[in-house]
Design a protein around this ligand. Structure first.
Ligand code: FAD
Length: 311
């Protein structure tokens, strides 16, 4: 099948790679490519955050975990498996995605928390991973064109199956007002020998520490409906303060950069083929597009294969 994918973030590129491995003829059209996508801002740790529906998410996340674990054997991918801890102020139910993180165990909350989990998770350094992914896609013979798509139907009229991986852009492209930004800010500091990730549910904010290979991503924030992408200096200070309270060694870490990204949130991921035309939608991954990328890409391949069989 001739397939055009709209979008070259982590979802579009992973889908392109899987479709091309399945034998389809693929090209990608995207307004932005790495390092200019939301995916480039992701922290990015394997964690199904701000995303639904629960059952499908658990399955997509588990599939992706297994693939990231394989990719971690090759340093060029920027993927490493790291142990870490997540702490909750209120008691939470067992996560639906628990099976994906095979070594997950409960930990006591001490004085400040109701409890927490400890598990190993893939940490994906997007500054290495996205260039690696894009190069893999291009090596597979996929062309990546920089352009804005305004009409999915026009691509269908050219005889293609279209896969819409436009992230937040799907709000307009698919005329879907349920897609909204959840704004997030991060601070990147030089690596100072930290190897464990940490995440806690701070009231009104997020606090996370994600140690990559050469640097550490500190976060964060999650403001639904906020569209501006200017870095907020007071937020940078607040993120540093919260992270230093958790890990005092960070006080000596040199700040390398700050960034803002808009998570493409939707009440649940839209992963389905339209009934009356060959358009497969795959968007709305919220705070978990990296975490779900491989599982979702494989499901898209199944939908395109099904279209192929129908002829
Ligand atoms: C601060 C922050 C931290 C995060 N941390 C994590 C994390 O730890 N783990 C995790 O799994 N996720 C994390 N995320 C979420 C993750 O970044 C997103 O879920 C993911 O990047 C979504 O990928 P995507 O490919 O759908 O979208 P994007 O990366 O936004 O890509 C969309 C693509 O579509 C293109 N496009 C849009 N509209 C059009 C159009 N009309 N025509 C042509 N092209 C178009 C864009 O140019 C781009 O190429 C984080 C996000 C933020 C902001």
């Amino acid at each position: 099948v001739r397939v055009t994918i709209v979008g070259a973030g982590v979802v579009g590129l992973t889908t392109a790679l899987e479709l091309c491995r399945a034998g389809h003829t693929v090209d990608v059209v995207a307004r932005d490519t790495t390092p200019g996508t939301t995916s480039d801002v992701a922290a990015a740790i394997w964690y199904p955050y701000r995303v639904g529906p629960h059952d499908a998410v658990a399955d997509w996340a588990a599939q992706s975990y297994r693939i990231f674990a394989e990719l971690a054997r090759d340093e060029a991918t920027g993927v490493v498996i790291r142990q870490g801890t997540e702490m909750f102020r209120d008691r939470v139910a067992e996560p639906a995605w628990r099976a994906g993180a095979t070594d997950l165990e409960s930990v006591s909350g001490g004085d400040h928390f109701a409890g927490g989990y400890r598990f190993s998770a893939p940490v994906i350094d997007m500054s290495r991973y996205l260039p690696w992914l894009q190069a893999s896609v291009e090596r597979g013979g996929v062309g990546i064109e920089r352009a804005v798509v305004t009409d999915l139907g026009a691509l269908v009229d050219e005889g293609r199956v279209v896969v819409n991986c436009a992230g937040l852009g799907a709000r307009e492209l698919a005329d879907d007002p349920t897609v909204e930004p959840v704004r997030g800010q991060v601070v990147r500091v030089r690596q100072i020998g930290i190897t464990e990730w940490y995440d806690e549910d701070t009231p009104g904010a997020l606090t996370y520490i994600v140690p990559r290979l050469d640097d550490i991503v500190l976060g964060g924030s999650a403001e639904r409906g906020r569209w501006d992408v200017e870095v907020d200096a007071s937020e940078t200070e607040a993120i540093m303060r919260r992270c230093i309270a958790v890990e005092p060694r960070l006080a000596d870490a040199q700040v390398l950069s700050t960034a803002v990204g808009l998570r493409p949130w939707r009440p649940s991921v839209r992963l389905a083929t339209e009934t009356d035309r060959p358009v497969v939608h795959c968007y709305g991954h919220g705070g978990a597009g990296v975490t779900l990328s491989w599982g979702c890409a494989r499901e898209v391949v199944g939908l395109v294969d099904a279209y192929d069989r129908k002829g």
